[in-house]
Design a protein around this ligand. Sequence first.
Ligand code: GRF
Length: 214
Amino acid sequence: MQTPSGHPVESSSAQRLVVLASGGGSNLAALLAAHEGASYGARVVGVVSDRPTAGALDLARDAGVASAVVAMKDFDDRSAWNDGVLEAVSVFQPDYLILAGFMRILAPSVVRKFEGRMMNTHPALLPSFPGAHPVRDTLAHGVKITGCTVHLVDEGVDTGPIIAQAAVPVLDGDDEPALTERIKVAERALLVETVGRIAREGLYVAGRKASIGR
Ligand code: GRF
């Protein structure tokens, strides 16, 4: 089978991850480094971006991982774009979808297809500071402890069941870039650890309670 960017689809006993990313892809880079380990239990088999210039696509290419671009401008409307995302992702036959800096909201029809198998990483301690500017909002609010969250994606914005969180102190004098960078260090570690554990031990969800392993 060929993917949209022409690479063969990998076959492996590891859980198949498809990463959706709009930006530089430091979280993707961390997953790509982790999946090299034979015992990690998961492998990034595809990367999908809505931005043709996303650094994440360069990372995928450099790692020999297949990728696809699904740019909003190439579709008639949002519904067609969502269909395009679903098609691009499905080619890779993912076990799990990881939204790692994917700055678009997916339609409920897409979210439902991957219920319990689609995760997002967010640079705040949800349910505080959801949305597009969590670090800015955190600083504006004056909180002293923030962090990052890996959560399941549901039909809301950053509202799905929380799987894992890590705390990061806000320091006097922090500005948005400085705090963002410190959160991202914690975020990469949390994402890699959480995704690996889910791949190896399974994810169990009962209402709002998500837990890894039995
Ligand atoms: C991450 O902090 C993610 O939580 C947020 O956007 C950032 C993406 O970073 N939504 P990168 O592209 O993985 O470097």
